[in-house]
Design a protein around this ligand. Structure first.
Ligand code: PGA
Length: 254
């Protein structure tokens, strides 16, 4: 039986008040679901405290969308892992394509963030994915291998096993056009194969799919072999749509 991981990436949306309202709706509607399902929300930094309060006593976990790798110091505008930990964050998203593209994060910086979050004891959702041009040029696997090999450099197989991977084709994010089931399945198989090869060990990392995952396509995507859950942007911002996806995952687990 699969154990699904359903994560919401709220990006730069919600305020402390609206985040709290959304969390209360999610909390009340997820009480009865099977304990096997992992649910996570990643609000903006400024709303983490409000989310922590609203989710108290709930099965829903919360995390952050980014972090800086240094422990503390003169890094104006940055947020450390220690700060996130003290707020109760159990996960941090690292390497999201919007951070890579808009904020110029490269594989080396992402690697530093992964290493520092491992030593801080916060779990990672490590995002990888190709652009449309890279896919059209047949470069998908090559790009993903580069993101994985540099992103996970210097990490032991034991540590690497704990990292949740999110495969998010850049062209599918926020476009309303998810990758096809075949594309997702084939790519997840390639990712698993490559990580096992890289660490010379059978790797069983959870691999999530992200990119326009919504209630209309959730079943066909989540039931694919090799898909362990989803990283959901737009559809995680409304309680109704996020809950529909959560319920679909819960049904598939039975
Ligand atoms: P989307 O975003 O579901 O809105 O496509 C996914 C993501 O960026 O993680």
């Amino acid at each position: 039986m699969k154990k699904f991981f359903i994560a919401g990436n709220w990006k730069m949306n919600t305020t402390p008040k609206s985040a709290m309202e959304l969390c209360l709706l999610l909390k009340n509607s997820t009480k009865e679901l099977g304990a096997e399902l992992d649910i996570l929300v990643c609000p903006p930094f400024t709303n983490i405290q409000a989310v922590a309060m609203a989710l108290e006593g709930s099965r829903i976990k919360y995390g952050a969308q980014n972090c800086y790798f240094a422990e503390k110091g003169a890094f104006t505008g940055e947020i450390s892992l220690e700060m996130l930990k003290e707020l109760g964050c159990t996960y941090v998203i690292i390497g999201h394509s919007e951070r890579r593209k808009i904020f110029n994060e490269d594989n080396e910086l992402i690697n530093k963030k992964i290493i520092s979050s491992l030593s801080a004891g916060i779990n990672q959702i490590f995002c990888i994915g190709e652009t449309l041009e890279e896919r059209q040029n047949g470069k998908t696997v090559e790009v993903l291998k580069e993101q994985i090999s540099v992103g996970l450099k210097g990490i032991s197989p034991e540590q690497a096993k704990t990292i949740v991977i999110a495969y998010e084709p850049v062209w599918a994010i926020g476009t309303g056009i998810a990758a096809s089931p075949e594309q997702i399945q084939d790519t997840h198989i390639e990712i698993k194969k490559y990580i096992s090869q890289l660490f010379d060990d059978e790797m069983k990392n959870l691999i999530l799919y992200g990119g326009s995952l919504d209630p209309s396509n959730a079943k066909s995507i989540l039931e694919l072999r090799g898909v362990d859950g989803g990283l959901i942007g737009g559809a995680s911002l409304k309680a109704d749509s996020f809950l529909s996806i959560i319920r679909i995952a819960s049904e598939l687990q039975k």
